[in-house]
Design a protein around this ligand. Structure first.
Ligand code: ZN
Length: 448
C-alpha cells in the first residue's frame, strides 16, 4: 500500500465544521432537485424511447448519443464518445431444449451472451443436476458431466464461475434455471466478452423443474440443446465529459455508471437508473462549477454487462492519469431512498473512513453510514485493480418494485421511483462535492 499523491493532513472547514460554499450548494441542490423533470426525462429516453442497449447494437449507440447530448447541454467540458473495438456477440434463432422419451417435449430457452453455438444439429446429451452450481457440487459430478449438460438453479455462485468450472470438468453444455416464477428468462454473459467454449442457456423456473424432475426419474433420457449465435468485431463507446477544477485541475474524481443493458429488456434499474444518476449529478454540479477545486470526470461506461469492457478500456487508456484519480464513485443499481451510506471497496484504514463518513453526514444533515463491499462484478474493478480507491452511494430501495427482475425483461422504468432517484442523485452530488473539495479524503491508493 502506498499513500496516494493527494493525501495530506491539512484540515480546513470541511474537516472542522461547515463550509459556507458547500452549505449554500446544499440549499441550491435541495431546490434544484425538487423538480424530477430531468431525471424522469432521461429515464424515459433510455428505457422507453430506446429500450434495450446491448453492446454493439443501434440501441446502445442511440443511448450514447442521448448521454452525450445531456453532457453537452449541462455544460460539461470536452464531452465526447470514447470509441474502442470489441468482440460483439450476436444472437441467432431462438434456442430450445427438447427430448423424445418418455413423451416428446420442447422448451424455449434463451442463449446467454458469449456462450458458444451448438450448431444446427444441436447438442445431444444427458442432463446432470448440479444443484446450485457450487464448486463441491460440480466436482462431485465430475464423471457424469463429461460430454453432458449441467443443469443448475444458478443461485449459488456467479455465473462466470459456474460456466468456467463446467467447461473445466468437460461438460458439453450448461443450463441455468431462473429462480423467479413466471417462465421468464434471466440473462447474463458467461465470459468477459471473449468467445465461450460451450453453449449455455437460461431456462424458465417451471420448465427447469420439469427437466430436473425428468433427469432424476429417467436419468438416461437424451436431451437436445440447440442454440444459434456468433461473434463479430464491432465498436462501442464510453461517454465522457468533465467539469474542470479551478485549483487542482489535474487531480480527478470520477463518477461513472454503465449505460448498456442486456438485450432482453430496457434494464431500467440495471442500469439506466445509475446512468441517469451520473447525468443528474453532472447537471447539479455544473450549476456550482466555481466551487469545484478538482476536476470531476463523468463517464457512461459501455459494455459492463458483457464483461466490464468499457471501464477496463478507460482505465487502461488513461493509465498514466490513474494516480491522480482521488476516487471513483460507481453508480450501478443505485439506492432510491435512505438511510444512506458510503460503501467503500475493500477495508484498509477503516477507522478514518468511518469517522470521515459520519462527519460528512453531520455536515449534510443526514445519517450517513459507513459500509464496505468486496465484489469485482462492476465497473470499479478495473480501477481498483490499478490502485484507485472506489466507493458507491448505498441506501434503501423504498418504492422500487422491480422485485428481483435484474437481467430480465421485467426490469422496466415503471418500477423506478423517479422522486427517489432524484433524491439519491442529490445526495450523491453533495457527497461528490465534498470528495472533490475536501483537503482530507480518507481513502488511499493501494499498491496494485
Ligand atoms: Zn449493472
Amino acid at each position: 500500500m502506498t499513500p496516494g499523491p493527494m493525501q495530506n493532513t491539512d484540515t480546513d472547514s470541511h474537516t472542522t465544521g461547515r463550509c459556507n460554499a458547500c452549505s449554500s450548494f446544499d440549499e441550491r441542490i435541495a431546490d434544484e432537485s425538487k423538480c424530477a423533470c430531468e431525471v424522469g426525462r432521461n429515464l424515459k429516453a433510455l428505457c422507453v424511447d430506446i429500450g434495450p442497449r446491448f453492446a454493439g447494437t443501434e440501441g446502445y449507440r442511440c443511448a450514447a448519443d442521448v448521454m452525450l447530448d445531456r453532457f453537452k447541454s449541462y455544460g460539461l467540458v470536452d464531452a465526447h464518445l470514447e470509441g474502442f473495438e470489441f468482440t460483439a456477440w450476436r444472437r441467432g434463432k431462438p434456442a430450445s431444449l427438447s427430448f423424445i422419451k418418455p413423451t416428446p417435449n420442447t422448451f424455449e430457452c434463451y442463449a446467454l451472451p458469449y456462450s458458444a453455438p451448438t450448431g444446427s444439429g444441436g447438442l445431444h446429451g444427458r442432463i446432470v443436476d448440479v444443484g446450485k452450481g457450487l464448486a463441491e457440487e460440480l466436482d462431485s459430478h465430475k464423471d457424469a458431466l463429461a460430454g453432458n449438460i449441467a443443469l443448475t438453479l444458478g443461485t449459488g455462485r456467479h455465473r462466470h464461475d459456474v460456466y468456467e468450472h463446467s467447461v473445466a470438468l468437460g461438460a458439453a453444455g450448461l443450463i441455468i434455471c431462473n429462480t423467479t416464477p413466471g417462465g421468464a428468462f434471466r440473462t447474463g454473459s458467461v465470459t468477459n466478452a471473449t468467445p465461450g467454449a460451450i453453449p449455455c442457456v437460461s431456462l424458465g423456473r417451471e420448465a427447469g423443474q420439469l427437466v430436473k424432475g425428468l433427469a432424476h426419474k429417467v436419468p438416461d433420457t437424451e436431451f437436445v440443446l440447440t442454440t444459434d449465435c456468433g461473434y463479430e468485431p464491432a465498436t462501442t463507446w464510453n461517454v465522457v465529459g468533465e467539469l474542470v477544477g479551478n485549483e487542482y485541475p489535474d487531480e480527478l474524481v470520477v463518477i461513472g455508471g454503465h449505460l448498456d443493458s442486456h438485450e432482453i429488456g430496457p434494464g431500467a434499474y440495471d442500469n439506466a437508473a445509475g446512468a441517469v444518476m451520473v447525468m443528474e449529478v453532472a447537471r447539479l454540479l455544473a450549476r456550482c462549477h466555481l466551487h469545484l477545486k478538482r476536476t470531476v470526470r463523468f463517464i457512461g461506461f459501455a459494455g459492463e454487462e458483457i464483461g466490464l469492457v468499457g471501464s477496463a478500456y478507460h482505465a487502461k487508456a488513461h493509465e498514466a492519469q490513474l494516480t491522480r484519480i482521488r476516487t471513483l464513485c460507481n453508480c450501478d443499481m443505485p439506492p432510491v431512498s435512505g438511510p444512506w451510506s458510503l460503501n467503500f471497496y475493500g477495508c484498509h484504514d477503516e477507522e478514518s473512513r468511518r469517522r470521515y463518513t459520519h462527519a460528512l453526514g453531520q455536515q449534510m444533515g443526514l445519517t450517513l453510514d459507513y459500509k464496505t463491499f468486496h465484489h469485482e462484478h462492476s465497473d470499479h474493478a478495473a480501477f481498483v485493480r490499478r490502485g484507485v480507491p472506489a466507493f458507491a452511494l448505498g441506501g434503501g430501495r423504498e418504492g422500487l418494485t422491480t422485485g428481483g427482475t435484474c437481467h430480465m425483461a421485467g426490469d422496466t422504468a415503471d418500477h423506478i421511483p423517479v422522486k427517489g432517484l432524484c433524491e439519491a442523485s442529490a445526495v450523491a452530488a453533495r457527497v461528490l462535492l465534498r470528495t472533490v473539495n475536501d483537503e482530507l479524503w480518507p481513502d488511499r491508493h493501494s499498491n496494485p
